[in-house]
Design a protein around this ligand. Structure first.
Ligand SMILES: [Fe+2]
Ligand SMILES: [Fe+2]
Length: 278
């Protein structure tokens, strides 16, 4: 008797379909541009402050590393169509974010073109490199990082709304919505990885969480201090409650299962630290 044909989509096919769904929503519902969709005429210079400028400038700086992010992402994913094409589109979407923040700083008068150029010269003197080396780990990193970015921008959107800064509120709404979509795509990829190797993917998620840092840390001068002093970050507790736990729930990873992976990760780190053969 002939064997039943395998009708399950392959790993690559699942990713391709997920990419196509992502793109359909992006193209039909989520596209925006800085020329028509941001109410620049609502800018009110009486709402300017140096703290706000530092916050937006720090987010802008982090977004401006898009050449490094995209270059590394494309090299890592080039043999998987859905992932590589996602990386290309992701780079375009992220490029809008830096542009919107940059234009806000300039049009509000909080920064001059010369100040922006000086900032960019500082930024390009350092190169962002992949914080983790495998596609699976970088999918975990993407899920965590995009969720954290979404939460930070959501807090800024609420703040801008309270301050009646409609221009900035709109920017954080549009940019944050992109980040949420990115988080959702990466989370799906982690789910596909779990279909292939559940324990390995969960171990990677625990590993990445253990060494997690936002991309701007180590690149942008005084990154953490700037966010802390200007009120731009999110608390670790909020990241856990609103970032990590929804990821675990969406992927149907039990708390105990994840804690077990975290303790194995800690034991592995301790074993390496205690290994005097290095
Ligand atoms: Fe972004
Ligand atoms: Fe993003």
């Amino acid at each position: 008797m002939a064997a039943e044909p395998n009708c399950q989509p392959s790993y690559k096919e699942k990713i391709y379909r997920a990419y196509l769904e992502f793109m359909e929503v992006a193209e039909r519902q989520r596209r925006w541009n800085i020329f028509d969709d941001i109410p620049w005429d609502a800018l009110d210079r009486s709402l300017n402050s140096e703290q706000k400028a530092i916050r937006v400038e720090t987010f802008c700086a982090e977004e401006l590393y898009v050449p490094d992010y995209t270059a590394c992402g494309l090299v890592l994913t080039r043999d998987i169509f859905g992932l590589a094409w996602f990386a290309a589109n992701w780079g375009y979407e992220e490029s809008r974010h830096g542009l919107a923040f940059r234009e806000y700083l300039l049009r509000s008068g909080m920064r001059t073109p010369a100040q922006m150029e000086a900032l960019e010269n500082t930024l390009v003197s350092k190169t962002w490199r992949l914080p983790f080396m495998t596609r699976r780990q970088m999918a975990c990193y993407g899920a965590l990082q995009e969720a954290a970015t979404y939460l930070a921008y959501k807090a800024q959107r609420d703040r801008a709304r309270d301050e009646k800064d409609r221009t900035l509120e709109t920017i954080f709404f549009l940019v944050g919505r992109d980040e949420a979509a990115h988080a959702g795509f990466y989370r799906r990829i982690v789910g596909f990885e779990m279909d292939e190797d559940r324990a390995g993917a969960i171990a990677d998620l625990a590993h990445v969480l253990g060494g997690f840092e936002m991309p701007g840390a180590g690149l942008i001068p005084e990154y953490k201090e700037r966010l802390r002093d200007a009120g731009g970050g999110i608390s670790p507790r909020r990241f856990m409650e609103r970032g990590l736990l929804p990821i675990l729930r969406a992927l149907d990873i039990g708390r105990d299962e994840f804690k077990q992976a975290q303790s194995e990760e800690s034991a592995a780190v301790a074993a390496v630290a205690n290994d005097d053969s290095y």
